[in-house]
Design a protein around this ligand. Structure first.
Ligand code: ASP
Length: 439
C-alpha cells in the first residue's frame, strides 16, 4: 500500500497543527510521500502566508521597504520550528529570498516560498528527504503545466527515495523561472505526485470531514458525502461546492487512483472517497445539492424556429463573439433560452442583443434577471423513480416557483432555476425531502 498525503494550509498553520499532521503520517507506514501547503490561517482573522508573501513582494516590486513584512513571515515559520523543537534555521533561506525579492524574481517565485519553506520544515520534522518541486514539476513557457515531462522525471526521482516531502503549488518553467498553479494548487501537486508514485490512494487532508451534501451556510450540519464519483464531483464543484481544486482530479483520474478527503482535526472520520465508478449506493437518492445565484435568462422567440436549420448556432455565435459562455440552454418549439452569468453579461448586454438580431433575426428577445440555478446531483437518480416528482413537490410545498428545469442526458443531475430570493428556501426544501426525512 502506498499513499500520497497532501496537507492543506490550515492543517499546517501552527506547530500544534503540524504535530497533528506528523502523527497522522507516522501512524501508517504507507504514507510515504507528503505534499504540504504553506501555513494557512490559525483563526478566522489570520492571514495566509501565501497572501503575506504576495503583499511583501508587491512592496518589493514597488521598491518600498519590504524587510519588515518579510521578517513577520519569518516569525510565522520560526514559531512553527520552535514549537516543534526542531534544530533548524531558516536564516540563510530568508537571506536568499530577500535578495531574490530585490532582484524582482517574480510574483510566483514569491508565493511559492510558503510551500518551499513549509516543505523544508516538514522534511526535517519527519526525517524524510526534501525534494524541491522546482526540480520535478514542470511548466511550459506560457505557464501551462507539462504533465508528461513531469510524470516522467518525477516518477524516476521518487523511485530513488523511499520517503519524501515535495512542496505543493509550484514548479519551474523551461527558462528556470519558478511558476505556480492557480490558488489552491497544492491539491494539484498532490494529485500529480500520486500519479507519478503509482499510489494506491491520494489522501487530501483539510479542515472539514469531506464534501457535504449541501452548503453548511444554508443547511445546519449537513451530512457528509461518503462516496462520490469524479463526474458527480465535477457537477457539484462547478456549481459552487469547494473543497478541492477543480484541476486536481485529472492526474489521478487518468491513473485510476481514488482521492480521500480527510479532516486533520478528526482523523478517525472516514471523510469522502472520490472514485471513478462505484457500486456503493449513496445513503440517499441524491449525492449532493449545490447552486449559484446571479444568472440571466435570455429568451428568444421566433415563429417556425424549430424548422430553421442553424438557428441555434447563429444565436450562440452572438454570445461567442462577445466572449460570453453560457450555462444552460433549454428550448421549446419556437423558443429557446440561454442562461448566462449576470455579472459577465451586464456590461455587454446590448451588444449581444443586437448581434442576435443581426445574426438570427428572431421575433422577440426578452431578458429575465436574478435567477439562481440549483443542481441536484446523484448517480442514483437514473435508477430511481420519482426523483423529479419529489423535488418539485417539495419546492411547491415551500412556495418556491420553479422557473426553469433542465435534466442532463446523463441523468446525473437536474438543474432547477428559481428566483435569487428563493435560493436558500429551495435548497432547504430539497435537502429536507431527500436527507432529513430519510434519517
Ligand atoms: N498556498 C497556496 C494558496 O494559498 C496553495 C495552496 O494552499 O494550495 O493558494
Amino acid at each position: 500500500m502506498l499513499k500520497v498525503v497532501k496537507f492543506g494550509g490550515s492543517s499546517l498553520a501552527s506547530a500544534a497543527q503540524f504535530a497533528k499532521a506528523g502523527e497522522i503520517i507516522r501512524s501508517e507506514e504507507s504514507r510515504k510521500y507528503v505534499v504540504p501547503s504553506a501555513p494557512g490561517k490559525r483563526n478566522a482573522k489570520d492571514t495566509k502566508v501565501t497572501d503575506l508573501l504576495y503583499e511583501c513582494y508587491a512592496a518589493a516590486e514597488a521598491e518600498e521597504d519590504f524587510k519588515m513584512k518579510l521578517r513577520k513571515i519569518k516569525e510565522r515559520f520560526d514559531s512553527i520550528i520552535n514549537g516543534l523543537n526542531l534544530k533548524l534555521s531558516l536564516e540563510e533561506e530568508f537571506r536568499t529570498i530577500a535578495e531574490n525579492f530585490t532582484k524582482k524574481s517574480g510574483r510566483d517565485y514569491a508565493a511559492s516560498r510558503g510551500e518551499y519553506l513549509n516543505g523544508i520544515i516538514m522534511a526535517a520534522y519527519l526525517g524524510y528527504e526534501f525534494i524541491d518541486a522546482a526540480e520535478v514539476i514542470f511548466f511550459d513557457k506560457n505557464g501551462e503545466f507539462e504533465a508528461e515531462k513531469t510524470n516522467k522525471i518525477l516518477s524516476k526521482r521518487l523511485k530513488k527515495c523511499e520517503k519524501a516531502v515535495i512542496p505543493g503549488f509550484y514548479g519551474v518553467r523551461e527558462d528556470g523561472v519558478v511558476c505556480t498553479f492557480s490558488r489552491g494548487g497544492s491539491d494539484i501537486t498532490g494529485s500529480v505526485v500520486a500519479k507519478a508514485a503509482g499510489a494506491d490512494l491520494y489522501e487530501n487532508w483539510t479542515d472539514v470531514s469531506g464534501f457535504l451534501v449541501a452548503d453548511p451556510r444554508i443547511i445546519e450540519n449537513p451530512e457528509v458525502i461518503k462516496v462520490i464519483t469524479y463526474r458527480e464531483l465535477r457537477e457539484l464543484s462547478y456549481m459552487g461546492a469547494t473543497v478541492l481544486h477543480e484541476d486536481a482530479v485529472f492526474p489521478v483520474r487518468q491513473a485510476g487512483i481514488p482521492i480521500n478527503i480527510k479532516n486533520t482535526n478528526a482523523p478517525d472520520e472516514e471523510g469522502t472517497l472520490i472514485v471513478e465508478s462505484t457500486c456503493h449506493h449513496s445513503k440517499y437518492t441524491i449525492t449532493g445539492i449545490a447552486g449559484k445565484k446571479g444568472f440571466v435568462a435570455v429568451n428568444i422567440d421566433k415563429d417556425m424556429m424549430n424548422s430553421e436549420v442553424g438557428f441555434c448556432r447563429k444565436v450562440l455565435t452572438a454570445f461567442e463573439q462577445n466572449g460570453i459562455s453560457f450555462e444552460h440552454m433549454p428550448s421549446g418549439i419556437d423558443t429557446m433560452t440561454v442562461f448566462v452569468h449576470q455579472e459577465e453579461f451586464e456590461g455587454k448586454e446590448q451588444q449581444v442583443l443586437s448581434a442576435i438580431h443581426r445574426l438570427a433575426e428572431p421575433d422577440t428577445i426578452d431578458l429575465g434577471a436574478d435567477y439562481a440555478l440549483i443542481a441536484v446531483v446523484g448517480r442514483g437518480m437514473r435508477a430511481t423513480r420519482g426523483t423529479a416528482g419529489r423535488i418539485f413537490s417539495a419546492l411547491s410545498h415551500a412556495n418556491v416557483n420553479v422557473r426553469m428545469i433542465d435534466q442532463g442526458s446523463s441523468e446525473l443531475n437536474i438543474i432547477i432555476g428559481v428566483a435569487n430570493n428563493d435560493f436558500e428556501t429551495a435548497i432547504k426544501a430539497i435537502y429536507d425531502i431527500f436527507v432529513t426525512t430519510q434519517l
